[in-house]
Write a new protein. Structure first.
Length: 261
């Protein structure tokens, strides 16, 4: 009985100190303890996952107003402002108004080569035609740019590179990785868009030194690179969109695991 009284006194003392720190009264604390949580009230972390679920189920189209309606229909009490804040903090936005970072700069005077990929017969072996493209990944520390090289034969990524800057060295590094991995012979078709990275003299020299034949999409024609776009779509839906990257290093590690492991 004696120890029980001492424990009660200690609990009251700790409660008093906690209320003092939080600047609330003891009566207010007890009223809060007695009050049941509102039906459907959840934490921001739980709400974040519910938002993501609706967002991807509806093909990344709904914005905060529509998602708020869906949440309320499921019995989850939340405000549009709260939903909008969580979406903004985690980089979730309707793809109709989605953040866009241009990766193809065709406003240059460099020499353009014709599209010979369409003239190439369907590949029946590796190292006959390679496709390359660049995409962007958002992190809270800023943008990251990913360049990939894909073998048309099996649609596998055979080379890739990632950088904080969208520069010619990005595609050169990815290309050299692919060459190291596959050791192709001469005459391989290398197809890309008309981006400044691919038409740079430095990249053309690297291609010629390995006896590649360069090919480029027509102006405004993205269908030639559909294979690369398909890979980027899978990467983002299966990996990128399910993570919130605080740093670029986190994103790099995540992308490495997806491609290599």
């Amino acid at each position: 009985m004696k120890y029980q009284i001492i424990d009660t006194q200690r609990s009251k003392f700790r409660l008093g100190k906690m209320c003092q720190v939080l600047e609330v009264s003891r009566s207010g604390y007890y009223n809060w303890k007695k009050r049941e949580l509102s039906q459907g009230k959840i934490s921001n972390d739980e709400l974040f996952w519910e938002i993501k679920k609706i967002y991807y189920e509806q093909e990344q189209i709904p914005g905060s107003p529509k998602i708020t309606e869906e949440l309320k229909a499921q019995g989850i009490k939340c405000s549009k402002n709260r939903v909008a804040k969580i979406m903004k903090e985690n980089g979730i936005a309707s793809k109709i108004k989605k953040k866009f970072q241009k990766t193809t700069n065709s406003n240059h005077n460099s020499e353009i080569v014709p599209n010979i990929l369409v003239e190439t017969e369907k590949t029946n072996a590796p190292n006959q035609a390679w496709i390359s493209d660049i995409t962007y990944i958002w992190t809270k520390a800023g943008w990251l740019y990913l360049a990939v090289i894909i073998d048309v034969f099996n649609r596998g990524v055979i080379g890739w590179s990632i950088s904080n800057r969208i520069i010619k060295e990005l595609v050169i590094s990815a290309f050299l990785m692919a060459v190291f991995n596959k050791n192709p012979g001469s005459g391989v078709v290398f197809h890309s868009d008309r981006g400044s990275q691919y038409v740079s003299n430095e990249f053309k020299v690297v291609l010629k030194s390995h006896h590649f034949i360069q090919s480029m999409s027509g102006a405004g024609n993205c269908y030639d690179n559909a294979m690369a776009e398909s890979f980027f779509h899978s990467l983002k839906v299966e990996k990128i969109y399910w993570n919130v990257y605080e740093t670029r290093e986190q994103a790099k590690q995540s992308i490495f695991e997806y491609i290599e492991l």
